[in-house]
Design a protein around this ligand. Structure first.
Ligand code: ADP
Ligand code: MG
Length: 238
């Protein structure tokens, strides 16, 4: 199967022409469909930037990002973001009830469908008529996961999405990610938690200083990475 995303010599730029940084430079990597790719690396290594390129919250300054073999810039951005859903580190509830939040993503959703989405995200149907701004952080994050799934994405991007959750809620999100990948969804997950990477990764991308220093099947990389910077990171906290 051809890769779902291809990054070919991609660099990003922040700042002005005279004074700028390159959060990513010369990144070439494929991301395969129907599996979990975990992106790891130290803080500031470019993990969020890489993820945001995949739904065009970030644009490449150089190089090409492709989705299904077509330059990502050729897609309508709203259609792209329905197909490539993002769950960020902090929940982003909209005003109104939990059901109102889910309706933003799927206007014609029925109550039964909304309950099924909530259950998938580890929240019971009893939350449907609760006010979104009265949920705890962990509940709000799971509602946001249900809302992201309501759009029917083919790719789910998770950016440190469990780091503000307690261990039990984090496990629910991890199990959902695994179930979704087994059901044919592509998951790209950024984490600084190597144990989470070990639990979830089919493929691993290791970033250091804005460059991809390793990429491949997780079982192989976790056993022995070739690159010294990748080894230093992967071996550091197992
Ligand atoms: P990570 O998610 O791995 O912590 P990021 O992708 O957020 O890394 O950031 C990578 C680098 O780009 C960091 O050095 C960060 O300071 C820089 N960066 C990210 N966003 C901006 C921005 N809006 N302005 C300036 N620098 C930025
Ligand atoms: Mg980040």
């Amino acid at each position: 199967m051809p890769p779902l995303f291809t990054l070919a010599d991609v660099s990003t730029m922040r700042g002005s022409a005279d004074e700028h940084v390159h959060p990513l430079s010369g990144v070439t990597v494929d991301i395969a469909a129907d599996r979990i790719t975990v992106v790891v690396g130290p803080s500031g290594s470019g993990k969020s930037t890489l993820l945001r390129l995949l739904n065009r919250l970030e644009e490449a300054h150089d190089g090409v990002v492709s989705f299904h073999g077509r330059p990502i810039g050729s897609y309508d951005v709203l259609e792209l973001r329905r197909r490539v859903g993002l769950l960020q580190q902090r929940p982003t509830p909209f005003p109104g009830t939990v059901l109102d939040n889910i309706r933003v993503a799927r206007p014609a959703v029925t109550r039964d469908e909304a309950v099924a989405l909530l259950e998938r995200a580890g929240l019971g149907g009893g939350f449907l008529d609760r006010r979104a701004d009265e949920l705890s952080g962990g509940e709000a994050q799971r509602m946001c996961l249900a809302r992201t799934l309501a759009a029917g994405p083919e790719v789910l991007l998770l950016d440190e999405a469990t780091s503000a959750l307690d261990a039990a809620a984090a496990k629910v999100v991890e199990r959902t990610a695994r179930d979704l990948a087994e059901g044919g969804l592509t998951v790209v997950l950024v984490t600084h938690d190597l144990r989470q990477a070990r639990r979830l990764a089919d493929d691993l991308v290791v970033l250091a200083g804005g460059e991809v220093v390793e990429h491949g099947p997780a079982t192989r990389l976790l056993r022995r990475a070739k690159d010294e910077r990748a080894r230093a990171f992967l071996g550091g906290s197992s």
